[in-house]
Design a protein around this ligand. Structure first.
Ligand code: FES
Length: 133
């Protein structure tokens, strides 16, 4: 079936609108729990596909500087992943390992810009360090 340009635009519009409704309903969101050094907890619904760092920065979560904006060069977005979630977030690649090693990162430490939010991480708990530098 060949659709006219008008029909294609109309279909795209409905599709876009439906997608936005899903975001509104939370279907495309995953709960991430950030706990700062003082033990204060912030629970956020972060859009799938963003990084854990982006979710924090967009919502002014304390303790994540992210100076390079997610380019994986600054090492100022470190989080400690809760033991229960360490397998779910996967392992860091070589570049991330190098940055973490340079900063003497503690066990379970990850760059939050390298953890992509997805439904499998619903309820992920990460701890922000006392400082990033
Ligand atoms: S934001 Fe710079 S390394 Fe993650």
């Amino acid at each position: 079936m060949i659709l006219s340009r008008y029909n294609r635009i109309l279909l795209w519009g409905f599709s876009f609108q439906e997608n936005m409704l899903e975001v509104d309903r939370g279907y495309l969101m995953t709960k991430i729990i950030y706990i700062n050094y003082d033990g204060d907890e912030v629970s956020l619904d972060v859009q799938n596909g963003l990084s854990v760092m982006q979710g924090a920065v967009k919502n002014d979560v304390d303790g994540i500087n992210a100076d390079c904006g997610g380019a994986q060069v600054c090492g100022t977005c470190k989080v400690i992943v809760d033991d229960k979630w360490i397998d779910a977030v996967g392992v860091p690649d070589e570049e991330e390992e190098a940055i973490l090693a340079f900063g003497n990162a503690p066990p379970n430490c990850r760059l939050s810009c390298q953890i992509k939010v997805c439904p499998e991480l619903d309820g992920l708990v990460v701890y922000t360090p006392e400082r990033q530098y």
